[in-house]
Ligand binder design. Structure first.
Ligand code: PLP
Length: 354
């Protein structure tokens, strides 16, 4: 694919962000989450870097992802966070030495006797997320059925990015109640909870988004947390046109130039993972200056007001997010989250690693 937009991934920043997590969760082991192609950063490269930098384990969503990591020579413990979907996946997981999450009765039923003894299992409780997991009331009973092969118990927060949300305390209480009855290493904290709930770090933290340099919190920036951007999305300016006051720009003709102004056309659009819903005014970095997006995002192009950068020229690279322009800032202007922007951009680009 020869598109003009390019994604670069700074592996040093990824290591740095792991060290920030390490400094926050000093007593805990770190299971670094690399699902969804490491949030668009490239799973093998990210996992290799995180392994070198001292992550204790890796987390993926699916068995197939874990198998790919093994084939790439990654030797760290790997947890499949959605577990196996059928017997065959249990066999693959066992063969690859993957740890399986058990969140549902069918997964216990599907564990073939001969393999039952082999994969290590993490028991997952649903304490309020309403997605995967057994009810906390049956934790003890399920843990007993799984026996010695069950080596940890986990849950997942629904609202950790909003630390004051009342559900957080409810979830912690439910998990605590289960911990009273089940004597296993525990894990509850995603990125947000790792930073916001020291008492919920337990034995394993499971950071994802902070490793990639985005803040899970609305009122604390990635820089506030000491994080560095890992992914940078750039694209060249392919035209600069001087429009007259009142002329419209782009599809729908919803933007009208408020004055005579230079409009830059940048060769990236929603086909590159740039959010189509980015609102007018979303910042784009040109020549070190934040200029506003104007008009609608097209498939392969966006338009910006270049009034503030009179010396910009065709061929200059604009930064859409990353180094110099926090991805969280762009996400907030696009009514989405950095997670989605990263996944989409990574899926569309040829990634250059630094
Ligand atoms: C994705 C995921 C994480 C990581 O979440 P972040 O918000 O990216 O830190 C942790 N645990 C589970 C079970 C997940 O699915």
């Amino acid at each position: 694919m020869s598109r003009h937009a390019s994604v670069s991934v700074d592996l040093k920043a990824l290591k740095h962000n792991l060290s920030i997590v390490r400094s926050v969760a000093k007593q805990q082991k770190i299971l670094a989450v690399v699902k969804a192609d490491a949030y668009g950063h490239g799973m093998i490269e990210a996992a290799t870097t995180l392994a070198q930098a001292g992550a204790d384990a890796l987390g993926v969503a699916f068995v197939s992802e874990g198998v790919m990591l093994r084939e790439a020579g990654i030797e760290l413990p790997i947890l499949v966070m959605e577990g196996a979907r059928h017997e065959l996946e249990v066999a693959w997981a066992s063969k690859a030495g993957l740890m399986l999450t058990v969140h549902n009765e069918y997964q216990i039923r599907d564990l073939p006797e001969s393999l039952f003894l082999r994969p290590e299992l993490w028991l997952k409780l649903d304490t309020g997320m309403g997605r995967l997991g057994f009810r906390p009331e049956v934790a003890e009973q399920v843990a007993e059925r799984l026996g010695a092969r069950c080596t940890a118990m986990m849950t997942h927060f629904a609202c950790a990015d909003m630390p004051d949300h009342p559900l957080n305390l409810v979830q912690i209480e439910r998990f605590e109640a289960a911990r009273q009855r089940v004597n296993l290493p525990c894990s509850a904290a995603n990125s947000a909870a790792t930073f916001a709930f020291p008492h919920a770090r337990y034995d394993w933290v499971r950071p994802g988004i902070v490793l990639y340099g985005s803040s899970p919190f609305r009122d604390e920036s990635a820089a506030d947390l000491g994080l560095q951007p890992v992914m940078t999305l750039r694209a060249p300016i392919v035209a600069i046109n001087h429009h007259r006051k009142g002329e419209s720009i782009g599809y729908g003709a919803d933007y009208h130039c408020p004055r005579n102004m230079p409009v830059g056309v940048i060769a990236a659009g929603y086909a590159d993972g740039y959010p189509r819903h980015a609102s007018p005014g979303t910042p784009v970095l040109v020549g070190g200056v934040e200029v506003p997006l104007i008009g609608r995002v097209s498939m392969d192009m966006i338009t910006v007001d270049l009034s503030e950068v009179p010396d910009a020229s065709v061929g200059d690279l604009a930064t859409l997010w990353g180094e110099g322009l926090p991805i969280d800032y762009v996400a907030a202007h696009s009514s989405t989250i950095a997670y989605e922007l990263m996944c989409n951009a990574g899926a569309h680009a040829v990634i250059e690693y630094i």
